[in-house]
Every structure is written in C-alpha cells, then in structure tokens.
Design a protein around this ligand. Structure first.
Ligand code: GGG
Length: 326
C-alpha cells in the first residue's frame, strides 16, 4: 500500500534537514509518495500568508506529514498545522546516545505535551497602552485526553515512572484542573506515578534525569522542559517529535529554524531523521523504524558528526552515512 507523505520544510534549517529525512525514507523498504508544500516566513513575505490553503490541504489529506522548522511565523504555521492533523499530543523523546558526550548520559525521558491549549491557545490582547494580556485555557477534556495518552504510552513502552508536571500551587484554577484530572486518570492505571511542580522538576531533571521516565505536561511546560532535556543529551539536534491525533499525525524535530546556522549546510539532521523514524512507527513500519534509529545511533557513535556535536561534517555527509548503514 502506498502512503502519501506531505513534506513541509518550512524555514531556515528546515530546508536543509527535511530533504535528509526524505532521503532516509526513500532508502527503507516502504512505499511512499512525497508531496511538498510551502509554509513559513518566506512564503508570508511573498504571498501575505504563512500557511497557504494548499499546504493545509496537503497535510489534511496525507497519511502523515513531515515538517521541518518554523521561524518568526511559528504561531501561524506549526500551531495551525497541528490543528489540521487533529493533534492533541506532542510526543518528545529525549535520550542520551552511547559514545556521545552528554551532560547526563543516563537520560531516557519522553515528554507527553498537551498540544492544543494552555498559553499557546493564542488568546492575547492589548487592553491599554503598554498593557497586554494572555488568556490561559485548560479544559478537563483536553487534560483527560493527554493524561490517558501519557499513561497508555508509558504502559505500552515499558516505562515504570510517570510524572505529572504542573504549577497548581500558583495557577490554582487552570493547573489545578490539569493536575486533578491527570491524577484521576493516573489512579485508573496500573502504573506508578508522581506529581511535580514544574520549576522544581526542571532542577531535578538536570540533576537526576535517570529517576524520571514519561513526563505529562501542559503545553508550554512541555515545550520548555523538552528543550531543557535536549541540553542534557547533546543539544536540540537530537530531539525528534510526533504530533499525534486520532486519525493523522505530523512529525517534526523539536528544534526551530536556527537562523544562526541556516544556509551553511551544517545543521544536524539527526532530530529530523529520528522524526522520520517516528513516522515509520506510526505507519506500522516498525522494523524499518528500528533500522533507522540504529543507523542514526551508529553514526552518532562513530561519526561523521556535525559541528554542534564537535565534528566538521555537513548535513549531507551525515545523511549519507545514515543511508549507507541502512
Ligand atoms: N520544528 C519545530 C519548530 O519549528 N519549532 C519552533 C517553535 O517555535 N515551535 C513552537 C512549538 O513547538 O509549539
């Protein structure tokens, strides 16, 4: 069966790492049709629209989407794209790799980030000169959905620790609802879980990441804690993600457009290629997904490596090395 994959490189290094993921998907034993769509800063400059209707339709109609990176127009591109595919959960694994220098070599975390609300609901206003507000939305339904997804994920993937991140001592109504709903869900699962104030959790993750497994988070906390975890394992070039919905999904690296290195051909393609491995898993190509992860792991251990990991290889050289191992 042929699967249609929408490919949306987006901005900056998204243009460089997305073709790397396509090269890898073309190298595995799977039948894909790739259809490319435009989105991002340059498209907005040219057309006035950061996410053209044709690109939305591509993502809506495809079996899965690969997205590269968002720049200044992130709020108009990646948030609506997640909505188009009906994604309520953003799965962000952060693990350390053998042979790579890492601040914390015993890290194996998966952030399950609520993907539809919190402060990313985009309800902002200027209410007076010099006074702006932001409305934070937390609903019982979305909190239940993400908690159920997180606990099921932990059970399915053999994680023994689940942590519910919150700040309910300050945001009593909103995080209070998130926490009490997630606890109710946790109590119905046969999995050990704990709750943690997200600021203290940030410190504990830096000091003792090995004590944690699956971390269920409200939207902004998930975005921030996963970047923090990237710092523990070698940087943002290593973290993939899946935006999962009921019937569709979008896969993207956790990193953004990295304008400081864009256009130089030196971006680390690992996060994007590992996102493609998550896409393979999603479409039931489990063996191929494992092969891709093994190939990336081998290249991370033996090189070549891009400059963010202390090497001097290009994006294309690292990609070719991964493809060679498949
Ligand atoms: N590939 C991920 C990306 O472009 N990230 C930029 C960004 O600002 N993302 C916001 C988010 O993940 O909600």
């Amino acid at each position: 069966m042929t699967h249609e994959i929408a490919v949306i490189p987006g901005d900056g290094i998204g243009q460089e790492v997305t073709p790397a993921a396509v090269d890898v998907l073309e190298a595995v034993d799977a039948d894909f049709d790739f259809v490319e769509g435009d989105a991002g800063d340059a498209v907005e400059e040219a057309t006035g629209e950061a996410l053209p209707a044709e690109t939305r339709e591509l993502a809506a109609d495809a079996d899965a989407t690969l997205f590269g990176a968002a720049g200044e127009t992130a709020a108009d591109v990646i948030l609506p794209l997640r909505e188009v595919v009906g994604s309520f959960a953003n799965v962000r694994p952060a693990r350390s790799y053998p042979g790579l220098d890492a601040v914390q070599p015993d890290t194996d975390l998966v952030f399950i980030r609520e993907n539809t609300e919190g402060v990313y609901a985009g309800i902002e206003a200027e209410i007076d000169d010099g006074v702006r507000t932001l409305t934070r939305v937390i609903t019982e339904d979305a909190s239940r959905e993400i908690a159920e997804f997180g606990f099921k994920y932990a059970k399915r993937n053999g994680f023994e620790n689940v942590t519910i991140a919150h700040k309910a001592n300050v945001m009593r109504e909103t995080d209070g609802l998130f926490l009490e709903t997630a606890e109710e869900v946790g109590d119905s699962f046969d999995v050990d879980y704990d709750t943690a104030l997200m600021d203290a959790l940030a410190m504990h993750l830096v000091m003792h990441p090995g004590e944690y497994g699956v971390v269920i988070c409200p939207n902004l906390a998930g975005d921030m804690l996963s970047d923090l975890a990237a710092g523990l394992v070698g940087g943002l070039g290593l973290l993939p993600s899946a935006n999962v919905g009921e019937d569709n999904a979008l896969f993207e690296p956790v990193h953004g457009s990295a304008p400081d290195i864009a256009g130089q051909g030196i971006a680390n393609p690992s996060a994007m290629i590992l996102s493609a491995a998550m896409l393979l898993d999603h479409l039931d190509y489990g063996d191929e997904a494992t092969a891709v992860r093994d190939a990336v792991e081998g290249v991370l251990a033996d090189g070549p490596r891009t400059p963010d990991l202390g090497g001097d290889a290009s994006t294309d050289e690292v990609t070719a090395a991964v493809v060679d191992r498949l």
